[in-house]
Structure formats: structure tokens, C-alpha cells
Design a protein around this ligand. Sequence first.
Ligand SMILES: [Zn+2]
Ligand SMILES: [Zn+2]
Length: 338
Amino acid sequence: MEMPSKMRAMVLEKLGEPLCFKELPVPQPSPQQVLVRVHACGVCRTDLHIVDGELTEPKLPLILGHEIVGTVVGLGEKVHRFSIGEKVGVPWLGYTCGECRYCRRDQENLCDHPGFTGYTIDGGYAEYTVADQRYCFPMTPDCNAAEAAPLLCAGLIGYRTYRMAGEDIERLGIYGFGAAAHIVAQVAVFEGVKVYAFTRLGDNEAQDFARRLGAVWAGSSTELPPDELDAALIFAPVGSLVPQALRATCKGGKVVSGGIYMSDIPSFPYRLLWEERVIRSVANLSRRDGEELLELAPKVPVKIEVQIYPLSQANEALDDLRSGRMQGAGVLMVTDEQ
Ligand SMILES: [Zn+2]
Ligand SMILES: [Zn+2]
């Protein structure tokens, strides 16, 4: 295929404003980068936090999008992991320094000098993107790009959050039943864990959805579940869920927040934390998380429910995510697969 010189992209030029449709030059890969023709790119809550200015260090102008599935169509001179025509996934973690104390002790997700796709590096709300080969994942040639894209953030961060809840859990609460939750719930059910789903008050649709995916109980986040939880994962960016979730956990229970941003956590009595309950956050992902989840997902098999939008409707997709109108995962279909 002849490489075009221009591409369509949805660009964030100013915080708080809708993305602008632009024609931009197709980027050129640097030595470690692959040039990727983007087929599908997931829409993530993090994108909203960037647009809204809650994450404070975006490059501007910026092409959002960090759940990218596409085909390699160009290679930097040092690329050895991929060849032309291969399908790849590009996740949020776009670069790490390899030298800081976190990188050296196997915590690359906490790197001091990281690059993040669709935040500090241009992402996938465009027909083409470049990505460092060392952080891309090989995808199976026959994977459905739209259904695979949400695995790359909702799936990965969700999976890391779930793993942080520890082994040997029997009862798992999930607060905020969106893209990440619907993937994690399937993995947990597959592993024999009982899932309790918590949604916004009165969101019967999301509660039915959770039950369909195997949750043993679904209710509103203000309710206490019928059984004490061993762990609770929070995917909604709502700080008041932290004491709520603590209240629902058993002695020694863990509350893990999977989001990159959360509104302030209200003060709460120490007795909610007493008896060795634990609160922690999860930041970013490591490449190992990706390898593990991409191997596990087909075994479950994880079925991803997607709401598809064309690239030109990225603003509508973000609005739907913001207002809770999205069930499962929102995905921009960018170019056809060849
Ligand atoms: Zn580092
Ligand atoms: Zn994300």
C-alpha cells in the first residue's frame, strides 16, 4: 500500500474544549518505533481526566488514546520485535527509562521518567501513530481490533488492580461497573471468585449487565453486600467509595483503587481501617501485566462488550462516557482492517 502523507486525527488543542478534527502529517518512526495504522482505539476514563485538566502534564496539542490495536506499516531502523503487516497493541505505558531505582527494581510502572501513550506521547485517536516497539504487544492476527482494544487499558489496569487484591480471595467487590469492571469480573468468575457488583444508585441496566457476566450480587454502592468482602476494587473516580468499600470488607480486607484520578476521600473513623484492612492504589501497568492478561483473556474467554463510534465522533464518545451512557467499553473504529 502506498503510504499517504496525511492522516485524519482528533486533536486536543486546549484543555476543557472538545477535540478538533485535523489533517496532520503521518508521523515518522524514530529508530525504536513502529509506525502503526490504527484500526481501533478504546475510549478510557483517563482521556476525560486529561481533557478536564485533572491530569496536569499532557503534551499539547495532543492526540488522545491509549488502547490501540493496529497493523505495523513502517519500521524504525532498530526495530526487531515486529515486522510489516503484524498486528500490535499499544498500551498506556509507552516508555520507561530503564535506569531509575523503580525500573531497576522491577517496578517499571512507577518509572521516574515515563512516557504515556495519549498523554505525553501522541496516541490512537488518529489513522496512524508511532509507538516504541519495546512497549507494544503482539496481537493474534485474527483478533477483532474493536474487541481487543479495551484490553489494553481497561483490561490491563483492571487486571493489575485485581491482582493487587491478593490471592485466595473468595468474595470480590467491584465498585463502578464500566469497561474495566466488566473485563475483571469475567476473569474473576473464571477463577472461581464470587463477584459483587456495585453501581450508581438505580442503575439497573448496569446491575443486570453485571449479573449476566456472572456476578452473584449486584446493587448500589451505598448498600452493604449480603456477605463481607475479602477485597474490593474501585474503578469509579469517586473518593467517598473508599470508606464505603472499607465498610463492606472483612478483617484484613483490601480496598484497591484502579483509577488514575479520584475525587477527595472524605475522612472516616479509624475503626473502618482497623483489623488490618488495607487501602492502596494501582498506577499504570507493567509489560508483565500485559503479557499475563493477553495470555489469560482467550482462556476465559473474555467477551468485551463494545460501543463503536467512528473517529469523527470521538467527542460524542467522551460525552457518553462522562454521563454514564456507555455500557461496556467505548471504542473508536478508525480504519478498516486489511
Ligand atoms: Zn525508570
Ligand atoms: Zn486508560
